[in-house]
Design a protein around this ligand. Sequence first.
Ligand SMILES: Cc1ncc(COP(=O)(O)O)c(C=O)c1O
Length: 433
Amino acid sequence: MNNAEVAKRRAEALPRGLSSSLSFVASAKNATITDIDGRDFIDFAGGIGVMNVGHCHPKVMAAVHEQVDLFSHTCFSVFSYEPYVALAEKMNGHAPGPSPKKTFFVNSGAEAVENAIKVARAATGRKAIVAFENAFHGRTNLAMGLTSKVTPYKRDFGPFTPGIFRIPYAYCYRCPLNLEYPACGVECAELLRAGFENDFQADEVACLIVEPVQGEGGFVVPPPEYHARLKQICEENGILYVADEVQTGFGRTGKLFATEHFGIEPDVMTTAKSLGAGYPIAAITGKAEYMDAPVAGGIGGTYGGNPAACRAGLAVFQIFEEERLADRANEVGGRVRARFEAMKNAHECIGDVRGIGAMMALELVQDRSTKKPAAALAKAYRTKLFQNGLVNVGAGTYDNVIRTLMPLTIEFDVLDRGLDIMEQTLNEVTASS
Ligand SMILES: Cc1ncc(COP(=O)(O)O)c(C=O)c1O
């Protein structure tokens, strides 16, 4: 069996709506993936931000092995198990802010978003939600409605949930108000208040849901004051502030949770991806007073908080503590940023280098003055990167961003080789275009 044979079977057996990769994995270790043809790839995607502790970390493997030998499923609400409680305690202890917290688990980021909204609605008795331009919150109906990119995420899938209002995000490279930081005074945060005047009634809004740093939207890092300003406006109007940390959580930005950079305490927070190191689990963590709002039996699900995934999550917390991975994210990110800045000096097509911690990205443009997105170039670059041995993911509402989500445990020589591939491949694609 080789890649070509399985690719042919895949094309016949699977719908075209699934995005396709060019190879099939045989095994993976830390930041290296080996395909079924025996070729090694450097992983700058981490299964889209899931593998912050690296592929097959021995502590995760040991914890999961131990658990599957004991039992695999009882349904937590039918017959409970301690690792679920222990992982909830870890989440409560580490979530930003001093208020007492509670946590429950589901299976995916989108499901966590759905449940955070359920909590916010039950806690406030209000129905409406404010979301952001350029946002991504998942692929279920409510999460799609909160997401702002039509193709491919929403195309042909409507209608979406009513009562969702959208305001621009602090995307400084493409400022919605055409201003410049810091002279702008972060005026974009006031667009929330303007929304109350023009578009939606503040006292009908249950929550605002926001990514502390936008992920799929192109690794958009807002100014340091932005989230505190939004939170303040929420507080003034009885609106809960929901931080979607599905992509930013678990050390990616150089702190365990990205909201810590902004000095705020979310009312409710969603996490997923690297919480489970590849085992499907997502968490809703929030202030206890709000988390207790849904009635008994109102939240839950058959698989949520699967025991093996809970054990993986506990191992992830242990690894973060022992290996100080949030700090390592800053070291990894520093190396990536230095190389990206050098590439920007050599290539006009790089309009912006941005990021925080190891959440670093390049935004490609046709022309630095017009900032017209270079989506075709980004596509060619990404395909060639894969051919040259680098697993990568794109991002951006205009499909022109290359983001890096490598394991935070990546060996520095492997990281540097990956960055060499990024640089050489950009030279190749720009020379031929
Ligand atoms: C910020 C954010 N929220 C939610 C999701 C949805 O997560 P999932 O794909 O696990 O449903 C994602 C996925 O990329 C995300 O980045």
